[in-house]
Design a protein around this ligand. Structure first.
Ligand code: ADP
Length: 156
């Protein structure tokens, strides 16, 4: 049984995240999308809201579960018996941070591999923070986030 963890803030989930989730679901027996509870960041959406939006979006994938966690990612991955951490890569700007994180995690847990999936070119520009800003100023985000998220952004 190959299990992968896809961690992130997902504030909110975008079509770029969804693309990574659907491709990961094809590669592994089980995927756990893990929403990070980060006390240092004030999120736009609560943890509960973010988990609910991902659950709704990932409903078509029977092997994808959605959870939240606090603490060290490698501890959580071990607890979940996951062999792999999945991360998405967009532009070169993601690389520095992801490289550092992957090597740090490998140092702490050499048995867990980090897998990088290259973004689809359609989503290479897309980030949760841009979506938040565009929606805040009334811009059109309909091609950037799953349908359920559009309404939540309008309400929240
Ligand atoms: P974090 O706060 O950990 O960066 P995010 O929720 O922003 O979490 O992203 C989670 C993961 O998804 C990261 O690996 C990020 O690089 C990746 N990701 C975010 N947006 C995209 C996108 N448009 N295409 C591919 N991967 C993405």
């Amino acid at each position: 049984m190959k299990r992968a963890i896809y961690p992130g803030s997902f504030d909110p989930i975008t079509n770029g995240h969804l693309d990574i989730i659907s491709r990961t679901a094809r590669l592994f027996d089980q995927v756990v999308v893990a929403v990070i509870r980060n006390p240092e960041k004030i999120p736009r959406f609560s943890l509960k809201q973010r988990v609910a939006m991902i659950k709704q979006t990932a409903a078509p994938f029977p092997n994808v579960a959605v959870e939240s966690f606090a603490g060290l990612l490698v501890d959580y991955a071990r607890e979940k018996k996951a062999q792999v951490i999945v991360r998405g890569l967009r532009a070169v700007s993601d690389f520095d941070y992801e490289f550092q994180m992957a090597l740090t995690n490998r140092k702490m847990a050499p048995e867990i591999e980090t897998f990088f999936l290259m973004t689809d070119y359609k989503y290479s520009y897309l980030s949760s923070s841009f979506v938040r800003q565009i929606s805040h100023f009334g811009g059109d985000i309909s091609e950037m986030v799953p349908p359920g998220v559009i309404d939540k952004l309008k309400q929240n």
